[in-house]
Design a protein around this ligand. Structure first.
Ligand code: OAD
Ligand code: ZN
Length: 251
């Protein structure tokens, strides 16, 4: 077992309050591609993220986004949280983990049972008409996409847009995320390249210890990184969980 996992288990044991910032890397083992990893969307070009998630491109032509959205609703039916999503949910249930800040729109934190999830980049669970603002549920959007090949339209003929944050739009829960990051003594940065702002700024508000877990190197603008682990997220947290269980059994 690795020294890093043992150190991480020790940091969790000693911490009073923990929070996390997660990115697409936490969901790759669930079968959802990330953006900048070796099989990420910027490499495979399955969708062009700069077109699909750009708000001006959406206003010009929402079709490319809806090609992605149709695939997403199919995927959403089957995807399951990873070991690490469940590990974080249990840590929240134990009272130590105070909240999850996520850039992901896959809702896997909630599916794993996490309660306090700050979705900085929004989600698919509600949508709105870009003209009159009328709100639509995920079920309504899904029904439309399953039964019609057209871009979903409101009663007023305006285009319907899910409440996910596109490039060119403001992120959600920014103040709440800063407050959460500043209030804990241990902060995890998990599966994010930390290059998309302002989410990438969140670790700079942490005054406690920071632990980074990511396959590739992450450069944070923070001097309080206690541990930087370059490993598969689930492999690493399984080991951490093993140490925590061992300690509990020895009590
Ligand atoms: P990225 O794709 O930029 O970063 C994901 C990171 O996770 C990469 O550095 C991978 O090496 C790492 N990774 C992938 N799988 C892993 C695994 N199993 N174990 C360990 N590490 C793994 O994704 P984000 O940082 O989330 O925004 O991207 C941020 C934002 O950029 C997204 O929310 C999205 C995108 O454009 C919008 O669409 C607005
Ligand atoms: Zn409308």
């Amino acid at each position: 077992m690795s020294h890093e996992a043992q150190t991480c288990a020790g940091l969790i044991r000693e911490a009073n309050a923990i929070a996390v910032l997660t990115g697409a890397g936490i969901s790759t083992n669930a079968g959802i591609p990330d953006f900048r990893g070796p099989k990420g969307l910027y490499i495979t070009k399955k969708y062009d993220p700069d077109t699909v998630f750009d708000i001006n491109a959406f206003y010009r032509d929402p079709e490319p986004f809806y090609a992605f959205a149709r695939d997403f609703i199919e995927l959403e039916k089957t995807i399951k949280p990873t070991f690490t999503h469940s590990f974080l949910s249990k840590l929240e249930e134990s009272g130590k983990l105070k909240g999850n800040i996520t850039q992901n729109i896959d809702a896997l934190h909630q599916k794993a049972g996490s309660k306090n999830v700050l979705e900085m980049h929004g989600s698919f669970w509600t949508s709105r008409c870009v003209d009159c603002g009328k709100m639509y549920t995920y079920e309504k959007l899904k029904d439309h996409l399953i039964t019609s090949p057209n871009v979903p339209c409101c009663d007023c003929q305006g285009t319907i847009k899910p409440d996910i944050v596109f490039f060119g739009e403001n992120v959600k829960y920014f103040e709440e995320s800063i407050q959460l990051a500043a209030s804990v003594d241990l902060f995890f940065v998990i599966g994010t390249s930390c290059v998309v702002f302002p989410a990438a700024m969140i670790p700079s508000y942490v005054t406690g210890k920071i632990v980074v877990v990511n396959l590739s190197e992450v450069r944070l603008n923070a001097s309080n990184v206690s541990l930087a682990v370059q490993d598969d997220i689930d492999r690493f947290f399984k080991e951490v969980a093993g140490y925590l269980e061992k300690e509990n059994n020895e009590k």
